[in-house]
Design a protein around this ligand. Structure first.
Ligand code: ISE
Length: 341
């Protein structure tokens, strides 16, 4: 059966998912697109040699009977209203991370989804589908390195626009690790601290902290250290080491051919984050479409996962605003609705 998809927001990741859904994932028809900037979506359709309805107002796309599934890849501020509209229209929805701007908005979405009596939404935390993280989780679960004690992580972007501020470094960049680490560790966060260090000269704006350090402790006593640096200049660099009682798990990087040339031995570092996790995005969408095409609930990261990440991100922003003071975290219990069957 062909699933009819409408995509709201044709920016970096929206265009990438448009390509993925039309060229890589089977049995999908992208029937409609929409972007707030007039002409932007049509331009991208033309560039990719595709035809679809081009709406200016996302309400029209959401309510189009030719759209069964809404993919929200709009800017962060717009996620909340688009997801709420999709849920109110009774449509399955895939929303890129972050689910919404803060925990309150995420809780509204959780409540709206629950009215359907089953899951309707998946959040684009694609690293859950990256085979290297899946393997890491399995090895943690199997006790390969004994109990995890510490995590040492890096989330570097080559660059971001000047207006990419500290709050985006949390809710749009660090949110990946915030979501991932408690999943990897089967644990909950106890507290979080975020502070800046000496600023890079590539940061133009006084208000922006880059790089920054995120530290979290889990209830189980694991300490997490994460460097977030979104203008590192040299590439897209993701590090994740899990240090356990008996050994260390290291996330591999994407294999690149090594070059011996001009008295040098080198391998490239990727610069584009979409390329680094390309296969994770493909696996993620295949899984999402497999379920919703059969009128089944999606099983990937849920609105509840989006909510937990947002509660943590809210605390992270609070800590950053108070010179890195430690902010305690406490989460309500995961409702039965969101417990995997
Ligand atoms: C972007 O939205 C992503 O999801 C990337 O993984 C992240 O590295 C980048 O900082 C974000 O802007």
């Amino acid at each position: 059966k062909v699933t009819k998809v409408g995509i709201v927001g044709i920016g970096f990741i929206g265009s990438d998912h448009l390509h993925r859904l039309t060229k890589t994932i089977a049995n999908v028809d992208v029937t409609a697109v929409c972007d707030i900037v007039p002409g932007k979506a049509q331009k991208e359709l033309d560039r990719q040699g595709l035809k679809a309805k081009d709406y200016h107002d996302y309400h029209d796309l959401v309510n189009d009977p030719d759209v069964d599934v809404v993919v929200c890849t709009a800017s962060n501020e717009a996620h909340y209203e688009i997801v709420m509209a999709a849920l109110k229209a009774g449509k399955f929805c895939f929303c890129e991370k972050p689910l919404a701007l803060d925990a309150n908005q995420c809780m509204d979405i959780v409540k709206e989804e629950q009215k359907h009596g089953r899951r309707m939404l998946q959040v684009g935390f694609m690293r859950h589908y990256a085979p290297e993280y899946v393997q890491m989780k399995k090895m943690i679960d199997d006790g390969t390195i004994g109990h995890p004690l510490m995590m040492d992580e890096r989330h570097y972007n080559q660059t971001q626009p000047e207006e990419y501020d500290s709050s985006r470094s949390i809710i749009e960049t660090a949110i990946h690790e915030i979501d991932l680490d408690h999943w990897l560790l089967n644990d909950d966060y106890k507290d979080i601290q975020v502070f800046g260090v000496r600023k890079s000269k590539y940061v133009q704006n006084d208000q922006i902290q880059d790089p920054m350090i995120v530290m979290m402790n889990t209830k189980g006593g694991v300490n997490i250290y994460l460097e977030v640096y979104v203008r590192c200049q040299y590439g897209y660099d993701i590090k994740c080491d899990v240090i356990g009682e008996k050994g260390v798990l290291e996330l591999p990087t994407v294999p690149q051919v090594a070059t011996r040339l001009n008295a040098e031995y080198s391998t490239a570092i990727l610069t584009d984050w979409k390329a680094r996790f390309e296969s994770a995005y493909d696996i993620e969408f295949r899984d999402f479409i497999n379920h919703v095409s059969q009128d089944e609930s999606p099983v990937g990261p849920s609105a509840w996962d989006g909510y937990i990440a947002a509660v943590t991100a809210d605390a992270a922003l609070q800590s950053l605003a108070h010179d890195g003071e430690k902010v305690d975290l406490d989460f309500p219990e995961r409702p039965a609705f969101y417990v995997e069957k």
